[in-house]
Design a binder for this molecule. Structure first.
Ligand code: AMP
Length: 208
């Protein structure tokens, strides 16, 4: 299946995508993860993208579309993929349509308050990308990833000012995709405020 996960930053797209990849064997393509890795490595893409990521703005469409196009041409995507964080604008969705068919678009619905609460307590493993939360999902040892022992950091864009910017950008640029995919008959909405395991159950019911 070729799936898109939509929803506010903090809706749980990354968390659910990581679980679904294990359950279904479908590769998880997170444009945010790809960009952050490029920033860490200091590649030309990373150097161009960094200022947008830090401020909570979107990276220009032309940078991101080429990247996704290359990624979904790879062999592991032949049987499907799970897109997390792409598309985020109507031009991205239109470009995606030219590259690949999409089977389902799933929106994880959360209110702003929930998204802010999740993002402001979030810790991310610098090494493997695993996600934690100070109250909802604390690591066993403070600041250390349970899975790989890597250091947990607070993403630059999980700071207050950038969080508010990301929510504003979502509303302006990404929200129109809800209409876009509803008109195509592809959109399904799931309550993303439920506990992680319940959301996973709902997703698997839809996808299996
Ligand atoms: P995420 O991890 O999906 O929240 O993405 C983190 C940041 O990466 C976003 O705030 C944007 O700056 C950038 N980014 C990720 N995906 C996209 C995309 N599809 N289009 C533009 N910018 C993106």
């Amino acid at each position: 299946m070729r799936i898109i996960l939509l929803g506010l930053p903090g809706a749980g797209k990354g968390t659910q995508a990581k679980i679904l990849t294990k359950e279904l064997g479908t590769p998880h393509i997170s444009t945010g993860d790809i960009l952050r890795a490029a920033v860490l490595k200091g590649t030309p893409l990373g150097l161009k993208a960094e200022k947008y990521i830090i401020s909570g703005e979107l990276v220009p469409d032309d940078l991101i579309i080429g990247l996704v196009k290359e990624r979904i041409k790879e062999r592991d995507c032949e049987g499907g993929f799970l897109l997390d964080g792409f598309p985020r604008t109507v031009p991205q969705a239109e470009a995606l349509e030219k590259i690949s068919a999409i089977d389902r678009v799933i929106k994880l619905r959360v209110k702003d308050k929930k998204a802010i609460e999740r993002l402001s307590g979030r810790g991310t493993c610098k090494r493997c990308g695993a996600l934690y939360h100070t109250t909802n999902l604390p690591p066993k040892r403070e600041g250390i990833c349970d899975r790989c022992g890597g250091e947990l950091i607070v993403r630059e864009d999980d700071r207050e000012e950038a969080i508010l910017k990301r929510l504003e950008v979502y509303r302006k640029e990404t929200q129109p995709l809800v209409d876009y995919y509803t008109k195509k008959g592809l959109l399904v909405t799931i309550d993303g405020e439920n506990p992680v395991e319940e959301v996973t159950k709902d997703l698997l019911l839809l996808l299996r």
